[in-house]
Write a protein that binds this ligand. Structure first.
Ligand code: WTA
Length: 584
């Protein structure tokens, strides 16, 4: 295989990178030697205190921590001291609602400053923060709030209407705080601005996020305060954050990237951070990069491909001369996208690989190393990675297998909420098995091949087929559904659903009579209705863009839908082993 190399030269460095010698550091690195990077209270720690408050005692006190801009152009900015205070206020309000250590407080908010203050406030009092995408609809909300047993939900007037519909099913949910309500704004004005920070054990829970697997409902991945150590070190050595930078991470804190690299790890490095609250729009994005003189940018392959589709002429209309370091996460970063970045911005995107469960970057490209374009790079110091065969044995270089990591590392999840067995199922022979397949080359660079399971990545969002199938069968027209990810040039994958219709529904369509073409129209209308149905009940981003009606789903003899067969048929690939398949 021919590999294109991006060789770093002096022009790639305005100043020396924070990590100058990867190989040497990897050899001698120990996490314990890095403890001095964080502030401790006699062996105890608080991740939120580290992210913000500790800077208030330094010259960074009046440095801008947050530059916020909404879709319609409203701007706000907050210094580290102000963020510390605002989050203290949230902590105090939560205390007044009897929130205690270990209680779950969930955030169902768009990317507004209150989301950041609330998140930090929750951690500061020792409670557990959970984040929810504002695109979530009733079903997605109910699954997550019910499983977590959240005691408080913080939301907005607009989003609250979705919660009202399911509230009766959430007996643990005691309080709904609406940040734009009159009463809440009033209490923010009068509440105490000082707060005693909870001193936590490094292993105490700090935040949780629901993420999808192949089977079952989304699972609550729980992280401890100790995750900050790795989030901080990777922000420092991989994002290369420096005091002189303005940093923009385009992720939403509903996703782990937004927590680790828009709140905790990045602020822990003391960097001024841009948050854009609006939707993706190429022109607006370039305006943001230009206006805030962004120097370090962390984004996702789908966005890069969408920018690429708009062409590099658009890039040239903006002054992006401050950009010095680009990184990407979430899905495979195509070599074409890296090459386009070099052409359009004069520098390559550095691919980074990690997962909600790993809590921070694990396989990455470094400022100080050349990039093998298309590779995810090398393991972070203190992280041991390998490729294992299906029986857990390490394979030789260039052989494809399961991407695995050797525990422990500081940001490894603590547990899966209320599902300890699920947590255990990640580990085989003392290795953490990621669920991704790949290979390692002779120089120790890792390459991604695909998922070992049916998890879908659409526009960077992780979607479980089971969730979408469950939403579809709720519709009266649907008997069964099988859902797969179908490769898509822009979105990585799109969601495709194979749907078996209720016979009565089919009969109704034919009973309406009319020509064959009008019957076809009815079916097309039904497809639209089903897509919309999932969008409305599950989530704005997790709906099938393609639907196909079929008579029967391929299943194992034990009745499990064989999505891999649906996928092979869709892509015209060999169907493979069908020995467990029910007659089809
Ligand atoms: C995929 C949290 C290829 C992968 C950040 C992984 C990637 C899943 C990359 C995790 C990458 C993430 N190259 N694939 N650089 N980064 N993935 O938990 O399949 O939402 O297992 O992401 O995304 O998804 P999650």
């Amino acid at each position: 295989m021919k590999v294109d190399l991006y060789k770093k030269t002096a022009k790639d460095f305005k100043s020396l990178p924070n990590l100058e010698d990867y190989e040497k550091t990897y050899k001698t690195f120990e996490w314990n030697h890095m403890r001095h990077e964080l502030a401790w209270f006699n062996g105890k720690i608080n991740a939120a205190y580290n992210a913000v408050d500790r800077h208030v005692d330094t010259w960074r006190k009046n440095k801008v921590a947050l530059y916020w801009e909404s879709e319609n152009g409203t701007t706000k900015q907050y210094t580290f001291e102000q963020v510390a205070r605002e989050s203290n206020k949230f902590g105090n309000i939560l205390k007044s609602f009897d929130v205690e250590r270990g209680d779950r407080v969930f955030l169902f908010l768009p990317r507004i400053p209150e989301l950041f203050f609330a998140f930090l406030g929750i951690l500061k009092i020792g409670a557990i923060a959970g984040t929810l995408f504002s695109a979530f609809q009733e079903q997605a909300l109910e699954d997550r709030l019910a499983n977590s047993g959240a005691k408080v939900l913080i939301t907005t007037t607009e989003l609250k209407t979705r919660v009202d519909k399911i509230r009766k099913n959430l007996p643990d949910l005691k309080h709904l705080l609406v940040v734009d309500s009159e009463s809440f704004t009033k209490s923010l004005e009068s509440v105490e601005k000082d707060l005693t920070i909870a001193q936590m054990d490094a292993d105490d829970y700090a935040f949780m996020l629901y993420t999808s697997g192949t089977t079952g409902k989304p699972k609550g991945v729980v992280h401890a305060h100790r995750a900050l150590l790795q989030e901080h070190m990777t922000a420092k050595w991989v994002l290369d954050l420096k005091d002189s930078d303005t940093y923009w991470c385009t992720a939403d804190p509903g996703w782990v990237t937004g927590i680790a690299y828009e709140i905790l790890g990045s602020w822990s490095c003391g960097v001024s951070t841009v948050v854009y609250g609006g939707r993706f729009d190429p022109k607006r994005w370039y305006e943001i990069l230009q206006k805030y003189k962004v120097s370090v940018w962390y984004t996702a392959p789908t966005a890069i491909r969408m920018l690429m589709a708009k062409g590099s002429d658009m890039v040239k209309q903006f002054d992006l001369s401050n950009l010095r370091h680009l990184c990407s996460v979430g899905e495979p970063l195509n070599p074409e996208a890296v090459k386009w970045g070099i052409h359009a911005f004069g520098k390559p995107f550095h691919d980074t690989w990690w997962q909600t469960e790993t809590g921070a970057m694990c396989l990455v490209n470094y400022p100080c190393l050349d990039i093998k374009i298309g590779s995810m790079g090398k393991p972070f110091p203190g992280v041991k990675a390998a490729i294992l065969d299906d029986s857990g044995r390490q394979v030789k270089p260039l052989v494809e297998g399961n991407i695995a990591l050797k525990p422990p590392w500081p940001s490894l999840m603590k547990t899966i909420w209320r599902r300890p067995q699920k947590f255990e199922s990640y580990f085989t022979n003392d290795w953490y098995i990621s669920g991704d397949r790949g290979w390692e080359d002779k120089d120790g660079y890792f390459w991604f091949v695909g998922r070992a399971d049916d998890v879908i990545k659409t526009s960077g969002e992780r979607v479980g087929p089971f969730e979408v199938e469950s939403a579809l069968v709720e519709h009266p027209a649907v008997i069964e559904a099988g859902v797969i990810g179908k490769p898509d040039a822009l979105r990585g994958e799109i969601i495709k659903a194979f749907v078996v219709l209720n016979k009565n529904y089919e009969l109704r369509i034919s009973a309406k009579g009319g020509s064959a073409s009008s019957r076809k129209n009815e079916k097309e209308k039904l497809k639209e209705e089903l897509s919309l149905y999932v969008k409305k009940h599950l989530a704005g981003h997790a709906y099938p863009r393609e639907i196909e009606f079929i008579d029967k789903l391929p299943k194992t003899r034990s009745g499990k839908i064989m999505r891999r067969i649906l996928k092979a048929k869709e892509l015209g690939l060999p169907i493979g082993d069908t020995s467990t398949l029910e007659e089809y």
